[in-house]
Write a protein that binds this ligand. Structure first.
Ligand SMILES: Cc1cc2nc3c(=O)[nH]c(=O)nc-3n(C[C@H](O)[C@H](O)[C@H](O)COP(=O)(O)OP(=O)(O)OC[C@H]3O[C@@H](n4cnc5c(N)ncnc54)[C@H](O)[C@@H]3O)c2cc1C
Length: 371
């Protein structure tokens, strides 16, 4: 039986664990944190990720913790930026709570297959497999090592040196999931505002609200996280004390997650004969397309499929890389078109074009788009 060590118990590492186990691979997931914990915010899962969860037999359970939603953009006056060239399906996603998703995934991997408080130290490849050295001094022997350890991946640092995660200069994000106590939230509203700001609020499955504020080209930050988010909300709502501003104002400072957005530069390779990267470890991209996890879930499914069917590990990993690098090159092109849109209307159009491309089943897409 093939044996795999997966580094990282985030969404992608856990999904990889499930996909590999379904493919008949023995798996141990090593997570450096003492528990499986995801930041308490929302996450949009697109149709391609839901198709993976369906194939892995957990689609129903994922839908049960999510709220079907549609991504449409508005201007600060509340006017919908229409994209008539795209279908409703191109806008559709499932909003889930990250922590609920990782709990569900960890349960399916099986807690007996997850080593918590166990960081990756280094690996050594040899003819028969790969030896993985861990932070507690122990080692794991495996046929294949998957680095799903996020944007700051230590596996990547060894596999593809000199590829440190870089700041997406001036791109900051603030977000939280909060109860809507006493604030009338009329529905979902994502706004393309002025001064490089984007954000809004989306209702979650349990009646809470996920609010998000992003700014491209942000000036240096001052003040508390709440003040920083409120300063940007001014660029998103014309009316003073709008719904977004009130939601931010009602959020406890410690519940606000702030990130400087980080990017992984395009990698010349993702694999060796025994080691592969997946998820943000391979391709952390700007979240203005809100699809990094969704794309990483595809990585997990493909690894499961190839390692379960190919004659040898090296062949499976080569096929994985041959599929993934061009797909991400295209994702990066379409994502850059969103980022550099000259107007909000163009942003909305490029965003829908990205989603349309991403969710189009691959065979249909190949039929339609000549290589
Ligand atoms: C503001 C914002 C909004 C976003 N919104 C969306 C969205 O709506 N939809 C979407 O699809 N994507 C979204 N994304 C992207 C998404 O968050 C990421 O792509 C996704 O979480 C990456 O998952 P991952 O499992 O690859 O990495 P991570 O979530 O980073 O998980 C990596 C795991 O590895 C562990 N680890 C790290 N180093 C080691 C080590 N040395 N040893 C052992 N374990 C280690 C970490 O503790 C962590 O648990 C958003 C991103 C941002 C910043």
């Amino acid at each position: 039986m093939t044996r795999a060590v997966v580094i990282g118990g985030g969404i992608v590492g856990l999904t990889t664990g499930i996909a590999l186990r379904r493919a008949g691979v023995e798996v141990v997931v090593c997570e450096q944190a003492p528990e499986i914990r995801a930041a308490g915010t929302g996450l949009g899962l697109w149709a391609n990720a839901l198709a993976v969860f369906d194939a892995l037999g957990i689609g129903e359970q994922v839908r049960a913790i999510g709220k079907p939603s549609e991504m449409h953009f508005h201007d600060p006056a509340g006017k919908l930026l229409e994209t008539p060239e795209f279908d409703a399906a191109d806008h559709r996603y499932l909003l889930v709570h990250r922590a609920k998703l990782t709990d569900l995934l960890a349960g399916r991997v099986g807690h007996q297959n997850i080593r918590l408080g166990t960081g990756f130290h280094e690996y050594e490849e040899h003819a028969g497999g790969v030896t993985v050295r861990l932070s507690d001094g122990s080692t794991e022997e495996a046929d294949v090592l998957v680095g799903a350890d996020g944007a700051y991946s230590a596996v990547r640092a060894q596999l593809v040196p000199e590829t440190r995660a870089q700041e997406h200069h001036g791109h900051q994000a603030w977000r939280a999931v909060v109860p809507a106590d006493g604030i009338a939230v009329p529905g979902n509203r994502v706004i393309l505002g002025t001064d490089g700001c984007r954000g809004g609020h989306v209702l979650t499955h349990d009646g809470s609200v996920y609010w998000l504020v992003n700014q491209f080209k942000s000036p240096p930050l001052t003040g508390t996280r709440k003040q920083q988010a409120l300063e940007r909300a001014i660029h998103l709502e014309e009316e003073p004390d709008g719904v977004l501003a009130r939601l931010i104002g009602a959020t406890l400072e410690e519940l606000i997650l702030h990130n400087q957005v980080m990017l992984v530069p395009p990698l010349p390779h993702w694999v060796s004969a025994r080691v592969a990267l997946a998820g943000d470890a391979a391709h952390a991209m700007s979240p203005h397309i809100t699809a990094g996890a969704t794309l990483g879930i595809e990585d997990a499914a493909l690894l499961g499929h190839l390692l379960g069917t190919a004659a040898d590990v090296a062949g499976a990993l080569a096929a994985y890389e041959a599929d993934r690098i061009p797909r991400y090159a295209r994702a990066a092109e379409l994502s850059a078109a969103v980022e550099h849109s000259p107007t909000p209307q163009e942003f909305a159009r490029h965003y829908a074009a990205f989603s349309h491309w991403m969710i189009t089943p691959r065979d249909a897409e190949r039929n339609r788009v000549p290589a």
